[in-house]
Design a protein around this ligand. Structure first.
Ligand SMILES: [Zn+2]
Length: 237
């Protein structure tokens, strides 16, 4: 940060004190949840993390995948991105945040499961559906009222879903097809995962399994893909 050539002129102005409301929420967490689990945190600090799984879920603020699985700190290595996607394996010089998270989880933490959790009403899937079906209205304007700007990071990211879209339902109304794409894109991501050599190797060695889950936000119901049945089946509660 002392290198003037790389320090943005807006940096000092941009960094502000934490808003009071958030500081108060932190205080409540510190006095409550943290005190209740203080010994657990000390243990995690002393011995490091040994999570059992990596969970890949959407950035959507309504989704709390770790909570959904009863996770406590240390249980799950967590990665979130738009529409809970795994891009295909690519060897190039670009920055690959999702690939780096998966690589660390498998090669270093040696987690036993990769769990992808999709969800109902996913804005990313809906946008991808609009793009790939040619209904990305206002595609060069961006914003909530128009489509996704073709030059945007988001538009590029949602290209990951294209093969899943092409294999998706050819009939039914838009709502049905978007709903189906929310699920089929998860399977497409699992397929992409097997293109990562360290994932395929761990699966072959029998020390890693892949899991596709889909969460209905309104009902709270979780569905798991059953490969024998070829469909998502409600997890018993
Ligand atoms: Zn989403």
């Amino acid at each position: 940060m002392n290198n003037k050539k790389t320090t943005h002129p807006l940096l000092t102005q941009a960094i502000r004190p934490l808003p009071d409301a958030l500081a108060q929420r932190y205080g409540a967490w510190y006095q409550g949840a943290f005190q209740d689990a203080k010994a657990d945190y000390q243990h995690l600090a002393d011995f490091g993390q040994q999570p059992q799984a990596i969970v890949i879920s959407c950035c959507d603020s309504r989704v709390n995948a770790v909570s959904l699985l009863g996770g406590k700190p240390g249980d799950f290595f967590s990665h979130r991105n738009i529409a809970n996607l795994v891009p295909p394996f690519q060897e190039n010089g670009a920055y690959h945040g999702t690939a780096a998270a998966i690589e660390y989880a498998i090669a270093h933490l040696r987690v036993a499961q990769i769990i992808i959790i999709g969800h109902s009403g996913c804005g990313g899937i809906k946008a991808a559906y609009a793009i790939h079906s040619g209904n990305n209205a206002g595609g060069d304007s961006g914003g909530d009222s128009g489509g996704i700007d073709e030059a945007s990071f988001l538009h590029k990211w949602l290209q990951i879903i294209k093969p899943a879209y092409e294999n998706a339902l050819k009939s039914g109304d838009d709502t049905t097809r978007i709903h189906a794409l929310e699920k089929s894109s998860i399977l497409h991501s699992l397929n992409n995962l097997l293109g990562y050599p360290f994932v395929a190797e761990a699966v072959k060695a029998g020390r890693l399994s892949l899991h596709a889950l889909w969460h209905d936000i309104a009902t709270g119901q979780l569905y798991a893909y059953d490969s024998a049945a070829g469909e998502f089946v409600a997890v018993a509660v």
